[in-house]
Design a binder for this molecule. Structure first.
Ligand code: GLU
Length: 373
């Protein structure tokens, strides 16, 4: 799979069945081999994030719950006791390679409410810039049944979307998607590449195939995850995890299903800014700034003429010229009050005016120009 070696950012989802051995304890041998995979990617300059399950399963053992069905509070207690054991196992696996792991626990709101999304994204960006490998899990201890993801496949896809990953790898108990369940249908054909998730493909992942996968998510949730990633410009790879160093195996050409992205990650992000967010206010800018934006530059405070509406840092705002014509939409780095205070200022004077600076008003990466503008 050539995309893996060229990807800048890779998110790998690992299910409980991979992390936990027969005895209910972390499978340290497998994790050590996988850590070599991570170290190899890091050495090539690639950024890696892990979305790791296993908290509930490890906590179950620690709290001696046996195999019985757990009530929700018991499950949440197990997640709390197991999460620390899970992180310890990851730290022990990654440390020999000089790789620092950092625990990130998310709830669905963190991936869906924009202010929290921006916050979580900034933290993960910082961790990855520092060369740290974030190890993400759902914050099972605090989420209630109604608001939880419940499966880490979709959580991993949201994380991939959040950090603009190029590849999402779902390590599974099966080496990809088949036209039927390969365990009981000799006619089942492996699908190596999927460009469009059609109703036929959805049907293949449903029915008999739906339950494939020992963890919480079967093939249906994997496809749901792939759909999220596809719209975010990220390729999804479904491959067998239960082999030593599965990423190396993937690079060596082992079987997998690759679901291609619908568009580039950058285009997807801009489409999201341009299309899905309701603007909270308007920045009216002068003609010089408008010209600069057209050539791909960021919006600087110097070109700001007027601030309309009340908005917070990170909100989507309209960017208009003085005639009221929309130039684009972007995510502002300053709230409306601060924007008003730095209106017309050179970038170097912002710190003196506010006591801090966030750089440009809107970074070019966070700006979607109106087509035709
Ligand atoms: N967050 C759960 C755990 O760590 C697992 C959810 C899943 O496997 O999809 O135990």
């Amino acid at each position: 799979m050539s995309g893996l070696t060229s990807a800048r950012r890779v998110v790998v989802k690992l299910g409980s069945a991979l992390i936990i051995g027969e005895d209910g304890a972390p499978d340290r041998a497998w994790m050590a081999a996988f850590a070599q995979d991570v170290a190899r990617l890091r050495a090539r300059g690639q950024q890696v994030m892990l979305v790791s399950s296993g908290a509930v399963a490890l906590g179950r053992k620690r709290l001696k719950f046996g195999r019985r069905a757990l009530t929700l509070p018991e499950k949440q207690a197990a997640a709390a006791a197991g999460q620390s054991a899970l992180m310890r196992a990851w730290e022990e696996a990654l440390e020999p390679h000089g790789v620092i792991a950092a625990q990130v626990l998310l709830t669905r709101d963190d991936t869906e409410v924009r202010s929290r999304w921006l916050n979580a994204r900034a933290t993960m960006e910082t961790l990855m810039t520092l060369g740290v490998v974030p190890v993400v899990n759902e914050n099972d201890t605090v989420v209630t049944e109604e608001i939880r993801y419940g499966d880490n496949d979709r959580l991993a896809a949201r994380v991939a979307q959040m950090v603009g990953a190029d590849v999402l790898i779902l390590l599974s108990d099966i080496d990809g998607l088949y036209t039927a369940d390969p365990r009981n249908n000799p006619e089942a054909r492996h699908l190596a590449r999927i460009d469009h998730i059609t109703p036929e493909i959805e049907a293949m992942a449903g029915g008999a195939n739906a339950g494939a996968g020992v963890g919480t998510g079967g093939m249906a949730t994997k496809l749901a995850a792939a759909r999220i990633a596809q719209q975010a410009g990220c390729a999804t790879v479904i491959t067998l995890g239960r082999r030593p160093a599965p990423l190396q195996a993937l690079e060596a050409g082992e079987r997998a299903t690759v679901i291609e992205p619908a568009l580039s990650a950058k285009a997807a992000y801009k489409a999201w800014i341009g299309g899905s967010l309701a603007p909270a206010g308007t920045l009216v800018i002068d003609a010089g700034a408008a010209r600069a934006l057209m050539t791909g530059k960021s919006l600087l405070a110097a070109g700001l003429r007027r601030v309309e509406g009340q908005f917070g840092k990170g909100d989507a705002v309209l960017v208009c010229d003085e005639a009221g014509l929309e130039i684009g939409r972007g995510l502002t780095r300053y709230d409306s009050g601060d924007a008003e205070r730095i209106k017309g200022l050179k970038s170097g004077d912002i710190d003196a005016a506010l006591g801090f600076t966030e750089g440009p008003l809107i970074h070019a990466d966070d700006l979607a120009l109106r087509s035709g503008a």
